[in-house]
Design a protein around this ligand. Structure first.
Ligand code: XIL
Length: 377
């Protein structure tokens, strides 16, 4: 497990995080981006100085807390939009920066939905995690249809153009980019997709280099699931990252998706994140949710609460863990029920936008982290 850093580096790190936000957020909310007055209502009876939103509580520990956003709901669903603005200090596009949305037909770009999210983030003093440039899923059909007939050079040129066009479009507006997503199988072997089949493993280094050329200030991440657990996959990603560093490839961080399920138990996230942090990398929890079988029993609810608080505590205890992002807002629009039949209840708000016990658990974890006499970050 990680050693406990002294309080002094914690204070330094907090200033850096806020200064960085000021550097790339375009509107005038940066002087106090997380202040109570700028965001959200105070529950009746609260003193005006107290702000118990997740974003404000997280700011006390120098952490950005985020959510994946369904841009169709922004501005059309008031309850959803209010929670998105009030509770979070970073946002991720749940789908609209993926290749199938960005370039639905070859050479025709559809940036509008993602631009809407970036504008929302700037209005609300939030940073943006770009997600994702290279993946095996949600590719446009024109690409999957022709991939088999393309030469390696042709496919490489298409990938380069995609990365350079998308990263350039959002230049200066993205805090962290998930450059490559899910390139490994659980047994640690490379995923057998169009990228590895045609380009070998060299496409990963290329992707980071092209993204860096297009936006040198964005933090570039490799992102994956199940690397929260020690084991073959985490080891393979670790070996790849070390190799990239040795080759001088511009990689800044590793994202831990953290899609958890009560039936598989709590991962050793702190240990695995610290290992990557010790390579000199930032880390982030990028897609947290905790699903369970429905209907939720009291025991499963207890397990969910514990898994949420342990995930967040792991990030708080790893000094280089710079953001904690939750994959959605409410159970009504979570990806879980359609992906894992019979499971759900994975998020912090129910389908009526009522905060669940899991929300209070995260609030309490952040409150304890901020108020602890012997802070560890
Ligand atoms: C999911 C979205 O939440 C769904 O709306 C979509 O239909 C499929 O993709 N890992 C990732 C995310 O990196 O992009 C995925 O998001 C969830 C798993």
């Amino acid at each position: 497990m990680s050693s406990a850093p002294s309080p002094a580096p914690a204070r330094r790190r907090r200033r850096r995080a806020i200064a960085f936000g000021a550097g790339i957020v375009a509107v005038g909310v940066v002087a106090a981006p997380l202040a109570a007055s700028a965001h959200g209502h105070q529950p009746p009876g609260h003193p005006s100085t107290q702000d118990d939103t997740l974003r404000s509580l997280a700011a006390s520990s120098g952490l950005r807390i985020g959510a994946a956003i369904n841009t169709d709901k922004l501005g059309t669903d008031d309850a959803y939009t209010t929670i998105a603005a009030d509770q979070f200090s970073t946002v991720s596009p749940e789908n609209v920066m993926k290749w199938d949305t960005i370039e639905p037909t070859q050479g025709t770009y559809n940036f509008a939905p993602a631009d809407k999210l970036v504008a929302f983030a700037q209005q609300n003093g939030q940073l943006v995690r770009g997600h994702t440039l290279v993946w095996h899923n949600q590719l446009p059909s024109w690409l999957t249809a022709e991939a088999a007939s393309l030469s390696a050079d042709q496919l490489r040129a298409i990938l380069k153009k995609h990365i350079q066009t998308e990263v350039s479009h959002f230049k200066g507006k993205i805090w962290q980019w998930d450059v490559v997503n899910e390139a490994f199988n659980d047994d640690g072997t490379p995923r057998d997709d169009i990228w590895s089949q045609k380009l070998g493993d060299g496409y990963i280094a290329d992707a980071f280099r092209w993204a860096h050329q297009a936006d040198p200030k964005a933090k570039l991440f490799y992102n994956d699931y199940n690397i929260e657990y020690t084991g073959a996959k985490s080891d393979a990603v670790y070996a790849m990252v070390k190799k990239l560093q040795a080759q001088g490839v511009p990689i800044d961080g590793v994202g831990f998706q953290d899609h958890l399920d009560t039936q598989y138990g709590t991962p050793n996230l702190q240990e695995t994140m610290q290992k990557f942090a010790d390579l000199g990398l930032d880390t982030a929890v990028t897609e947290a949710d905790v699903r369970t079988t429905l209907p939720v029993t009291a025991v499963e609810q207890t397990a969910q609460n514990s898994m949420w608080s342990q995930s967040l505590a792991a990030c708080l205890l790893v000094k280089r863990c710079i953001s904690f992002t939750i994959w959605g807002i409410d159970d009504g629009s979570s990806w879980v029920p359609s992906t894992f039949p019979g499971e759900g209840a994975a998020l912090l708000w129910d389908d009526q936008y009522q905060p669940k016990a899991q929300f209070s658990v995260l609030q309490q974890t952040l409150e304890l982290a901020a108020g602890a006499p012997h802070r560890t970050r």
